[in-house]
Design a protein around this ligand. Structure first.
Ligand SMILES: [Zn+2]
Length: 598
């Protein structure tokens, strides 16, 4: 594989390959939860039972067409936690109370979980939404309505991004945020995908061996609860005070304390993620001392609510209830959901994900008390048909796309069937089998495990480009070879039914499971390819990506494996495997996972 890379590098002025480094396979919890909804949605549309969808490959033209369209736009939506089936949120902000001329009108425009989707359109209720040039047009349009406008972001701007951003170290995404004039932001879990050094380089500027010198973000990033264990200091300023029309607004940033469990260990080495509420309250006290009374929290924490703010749920609700009442507004993120609710007199918002929506929060500040006296929000979907794309951003995006095009459009192989990641009733998918096979073969192990949340798109029949394979495995996870006992392998399998069900994709063995048995005992026979049973006391070599090997998705037994060795990057493994198949090739579900039927 390396030779192809070298050849390509010589074609390019900048070398782009292999630069995505050690990104991880996170927000998989988000993805898996969404996945369930989407499978059901699709099943309903096609009049099928949920989970049968993958087995119906015949005559399902509508589905394939839709898939092909999504693929043309970049990423298949099914595995990304994108909510496409959602109300068209066109609700108008409540009429402001009788205008008080004394009050200063300020507008806060917020996004969360952009994930570098600068050139990816997604469908919302059947209509296209998203792309940086459309999002940018909306933000600029609203900005023009009120000169007292601040643009804010609540984390996961980068990471799990398409090649046009990822192959350039996500610098394009930061450059676009710069161009749009963002004023402040915080970090999400994904900003840690490549470690804190790269995170700080993207923010503060610096040199990367693949992309050269980069100027960084031209707006501040705040994070109050990410602590460097050596210095005891937060890695970024905990808060910043911005002035709008003479009014001071304090912005405090926090990121989910779950970050260490959903990011590869190397990404968060030496960092402590401390309690969000304590971190916020400590800094609210500090801001109050300075006389700042208008306080906004940028929290990369999940939450959701009904359209009109009813039934708010999630960590954001707990945060709102427990932080100092001087906090006025919380911008959330992480679970890619809708939120527009008032909790304990704090306005809490989240605007889906991927640039398909943004939050418009209108506030009034009383110059006498310096406090926010009124606040209201609407969440706006960035439908493409309702606005002209911003020409400047469109040009930037086209340039990034042209830069990565030689890599992205290279044809690696060809398939005559839909290589789908949708799992059947047993828990197995075609693409899951294929990826696990690729990993087992590349690492020359007895068996392989692949986490389903790390399979991020389908591959449609026809030519398979590098870009398509990238959308399937966008994280550039290192592979790990390790040794486990048959007993440990059984324990890993039994961990699939935890607080949620996560069906690992496998290679090198087959097994049965019984849903009527209690958690921890569902796995029955584990059979090897020669027909013998796996020996609980024998050692087997195992391949898995570094996310799973580190105990990701709750598979803690992997942390007990021995002789861990880092191998090639998962993307390269899949590219090599597909490239070595006949053209075209076919793949089918191998019935490695068998649910016992009564
Ligand atoms: Zn997140």
């Amino acid at each position: 594989m390396q030779w192809i890379y070298k050849m390509l590098i010589s074609l390019l002025t900048v070398s782009l390959i292999g630069c995505a480094g050690n990104q991880n396979a996170t927000d998989q919890n988000e993805a898996i939860n969404q996945n369930v909804t989407h499978v059901n949605d699709r099943a309903n549309k096609n009049n099928l039972k949920p989970m049968d969808v993958a087995q119906n490959n015949s005559g399902n033209v509508g589905r394939l067409t839709q898939n092909a369209l999504e693929k043309d736009q970049g990423l298949s939506e099914e595995y990304h936690g994108h909510i496409s089936n959602r109300p068209e949120t066109k609700q108008k902000k409540e009429k402001p109370p009788a205008a008080n001329n004394r009050f200063i009108q300020v507008q806060l425009l917020g996004i969360n979980d952009l994930h570098g989707q600068i050139n990816v359109s997604r469908k919302v209720g059947g209509k296209l939404a998203g792309r940086a040039d459309y999002l940018g047009a909306y933000l600029k349009q609203r900005e023009a309505e009120n000169k007292n406008t601040l643009l804010v972001q609540a984390g996961d701007m980068v990471g799990a991004s398409p090649p046009a951003s990822a192959l350039l170290q996500d610098e394009p995404t930061i450059e676009i945020l710069n161009n749009l004039g963002f004023d402040i932001g915080t970090v999400g879990n994904h900003e840690f995908d490549e470690g804190v050094k790269e995170l700080l380089r993207l923010i503060n500027g610096g040199t990367h061996e693949e992309t050269g010198n980069f100027g960084g973000a031209n707006f501040p990033w705040v994070a109050a609860n990410v602590i460097n264990q050596k210095t005891g200091e937060s890695i970024l300023p905990p808060y910043k005070v911005l002035k709008v029309n003479g009014m001071e607004i304090g912005f405090i940033g926090v990121v989910t304390t779950e970050t260490p469990t959903i990011v590869v260990p190397s990404g968060v080495e030496g960092l402590t993620f401390s309690n969000e509420v304590e971190a916020i309250n400590r800094n609210v006290a500090e801001l109050k001392k300075q006389g700042v009374r208008s306080i906004v929290v940028l929290a990369h924490n999940p939450g959701t609510s009904g359209l009109n703010g009813e039934n708010p749920t999630g960590v954001l609700v707990d945060i709102a209830n427990n932080v100092d009442d001087e906090v006025d507004i919380i911008f959330g993120g992480h679970n890619h959901a809708y939120m527009n609710a008032t909790i304990d007199n704090k306005l809490v918002v989240q605007s889906y994900s991927y640039g398909t929506a943004f939050s418009d929060v209108d506030i009034e500040i009383d110059p006498k008390t310096k406090d926010i006296v009124t606040k209201r929000a609407e969440i706006i979907t960035t439908f493409q048909e309702e606005i002209e794309p911003d020409p400047e951003i469109a040009k930037m995006v086209a340039n990034y796309e042209a830069t990565v095009e030689p890599i992205v459009n290279r044809v690696i192989g060809s398939t005559s069937v839909d290589l789908t990641a949708l799992r059947n009733e047993n828990g197995e998918s075609i693409l899951g089998d294929l990826i696990a096979d690729a990993q087992r073969q590349a690492l020359k192990t007895d068996i392989a495990f692949m986490n389903p949340g790390g399979i991020r798109a389908d591959i449609n029949p026809g030519d398979i480009t590098w870009g398509e394979i990238y959308t399937v495995q966008p994280f550039n996870n290192d592979m790990v070879k390790m040794t486990m006992t048959g007993q440990q392998i059984r324990e890993v399998l039994n961990q699939q039914w935890g607080t949620k069900t996560t069906m690992l994709q496998i290679s090198g063995f087959s097994y049965t499971w019984d849903e009527n048995l209690p958690a921890g005992q569902k796995v029955g026979n584990i059979q090897l390819p020669d027909g013998t049973q796996m020996d609980p006391n024998k050692n087997y070599t195992v391949a898995a990506n570094i996310f799973l090997a580190g105990g990701g998705d709750g598979f803690t037994v992997f942390t007990k494996a021995q002789n861990k060795e880092i191998g090639p990057v998962d993307l390269d493994v899949l590219v090599d495997f597909i490239g070595a198949q006949p053209k075209p090739f076919t793949y089918e579900i191998d019935n490695r996972i068998q649910k016992i039927r009564y």
